[in-house]
Design a protein around this ligand. Structure first.
Ligand code: AMP
Length: 277
């Protein structure tokens, strides 16, 4: 397994990768969700590269950049058995050297949901992912359905900027009680961990109403809010039932749709979603 930090090291290492290359971009502090992306990439590509980079430009001023969990040694141990060919672990200075001034921005898809709560977030995401794509030049890139809007925004960017890359979106891995795996789950202490299952419970309630024939999107949003309201520690930021492709809020559910939410459990901000149809 080659480990690169600078752009020069990355380029030397990249030239040694023959055949199809799959890239799995991550912010590290890896869990089974990340590992499932790596395993899928490994099964579909000749070579697998992963990036580990806590991207400062996608964090808002009041967000958790400085306390975001980081542990490279632990991450390298976790991926050791998976046959990863290249790990790229750049520093913020490598990605954004002094004088840096170029940004990639996707427009309307980044406005609702996460974009409405985290101004500038997706500008940071698309910029760093474009830089990762340019540096690694993968044939395929693997993202999680857990970050549904991120996957949609990157799909749009790939199409608009003609990146010759196939995007693969992988299902969300969950703990036994339904909580979506996330590096941020580390912040959930004591009773917060149990309270955090309320996102899964709310999404499940709306999904079973949908499966029983409910197509009124407002009723599905109301149902999710009702379940969230039953959990005193949960403070919802948004609750959405939107078109899967445009992310616009629906009146009536038809075709592929996305139930999604962001909820504060104490101080920990969690997101989750289910796809309908
Ligand atoms: P992150 O390190 O949180 O930026 O995540 C890196 C990639 O892993 C993103 O494409 C995420 O959508 C994906 N991911 C995060 N959590 C999960 C999960 N529970 N199941 C599947 N993929 C995930």
């Amino acid at each position: 397994m080659m480990i690169a930090s600078s752009i020069d090291e990355l380029q030397v290492a990249r030239r040694l990768l023959d055949g199809t290359v799959g890239l799995v971009p991550t912010m590290g502090y890896l869990h089974e969700g990340h590992l499932s992306l790596i395993r899928l990439a490994k099964s579909e590509c000749d070579r697998v590269a992963i990036s580990i980079f806590v991207n400062p430009t996608q964090f808002g001023a009041n967000e958790d950049l400085s306390k975001y969990p980081r542990d490279l040694e632990r991450d390298l141990k976790l991926i050791d058995p998976l046959g990863v060919d290249l790990v790229w672990n750049p520093t913020p200075e490598v990605m954004y050297p002094p004088g840096y001034q170029t940004w990639v921005e996707v427009e309307s898809l980044t406005r609702p949901l996460e974009g409405s709560m985290r101004p500038g977030h997706f500008k940071g995401v698309t910029t760093v992912v474009a830089k990762l794509f340019n540096a690694v030049q993968p044939h395929r890139a693997y993202f999680g359905q857990k970050d549904a809007q991120q996957a949609a925004v990157i799909r749009q960017m790939v199409r608009d900027l003609n990146f010759p890359i196939e995007l693969v979106v992988c299902p969300t891995l969950r703990e036994a009680d339904g909580l979506a795996m996330s590096s941020r789950n580390k912040y959930l202490e004591g009773a917060d961990r149990q309270s955090a299952t309320v996102l899964f419970r709310a999404l499940s309630a709306a999904k079973s109403a949908y499966e029983n024939g409910e197509r009124d999107a407002e009723k599905l949003r109301a149902l999710m809010k009702e379940v969230l309201a039953s959990e005193p520690k949960a403070n919802p930021q948004y609750v959405s039932c939107a078109d899967y492709d445009t992310l616009e809020e629906l009146d009536t559910v038809k075709g592929k749709s996305l139930l999604s939410m962001a909820v504060l459990i104490g101080k920990t901000r969690l997101i989750d979603n289910f796809v309908l149809g």
